[in-house]
Design a protein. Sequence first.
Length: 157
Amino acid sequence: MSWRISASKPQLPLLIAVVCLAIEALFPHMTVAGAVASALDWDNDTAGPVQLKFPAADLRPARYVTRVTTTAYSSTPDQTDATPFITANGTSVRHGLVAANFLPFGTHVRLPDYFGEEVFVVEDRMNERYDYRLDIWMATREQARNWGVRQVRLEVL
């Protein structure tokens, strides 16, 4: 037996309402149905913005805290390899990523003394001679040079 749902325009609001109620039943902290119902105006064929309310995430506690030597780098071929805008993990460089050889890809870390509660993600690697160092990606060579070499407190999440 196969199931097929075909919804014409008059049936669509009912289908949306059922889906929204199911979401609210599974996730009681979300108010989906009310937002969708008020945003859709089927008489005028216009739709307003849908605003979903998600709970604020609590700050994740650190699994452990250590001190580590940090440097910074930017996307220039002399500081990286032939593909300066692609990380060792295959993603594009952007603010919030770091390189480290001693942590697995995808590890979330914080440098609270310099960046507060901002979370960085390990997505790149350094030269193999740096076994216990963290390299912070920065948008410009000047920013990286100004960072220099610092001993910082590292929170591994």
